[in-house]
Design a protein. Structure first.
Length: 159
């Protein structure tokens, strides 16, 4: 049986992004008066009054550095919201940000885009379909409105 796990931005990467983001800019924290920002550190929406920051993040670049992949032109960076200070991380129950249509973008082990699919909501069936292709190494879940990276998914098999 395969389990599909949402992966937030790792704590070690968050520590780096809070110093300088992947575009080389220092973090500029602010108080989120309204709430509702999709936080990539804990995979939930922000609450009014929380201190957050919008930073530039290159998820595929960081994955490629750890795996030796060479994504070439597929390497991209984009804006993500994170807590301004360390947080407890996600408390996952189901799939985060599943309240709206999302794009599942599939990547090969080389870091090249293999395709994408618009889904009504991220769920195990959608991830099973995405990983049916043995060439798929990971999936990025992205917002439809702006195309922003929300989180990464990899499958893990259990006996």
């Amino acid at each position: 049986m395969t389990t599909y796990t949402a992966r937030p931005v790792p704590p070690s990467v968050l520590a780096e992004l809070r110093t300088a983001d992947d575009a080389g800019r220092p973090m500029a924290p602010f108080t989120d008066d309204e709430g509702g920002a999709p936080l990539r550190c804990c995979l939930r929406r922000s609450e009014p009054g929380e201190r957050i920051a919008l930073v530039s993040y290159a998820p595929l670049r960081r994955w490629a550095a750890a795996t030796g992949a060479r994504p070439g032109a597929y390497d991209e960076q984009g804006p993500v919201f994170v807590h301004a200070e360390e947080c407890a991380g996600p408390d996952l129950d189901g799939h985060p940000f599943a309240n709206a249509p999302r794009v599942l973008r599939r990547y090969s082990a080389d870091g090249h885009i293999l395709g994408g699919e618009l889904v009504d909501a991220p769920n195990d069936d959608a991830f099973h379909k995405a990983f049916d292709d043995p060439a798929v190494a990971l999936v990025h879940v992205r917002a439809v409105e702006y195309g922003c990276f929300l989180y990464e998914v990899r499958g893990t098999s259990s006996p």
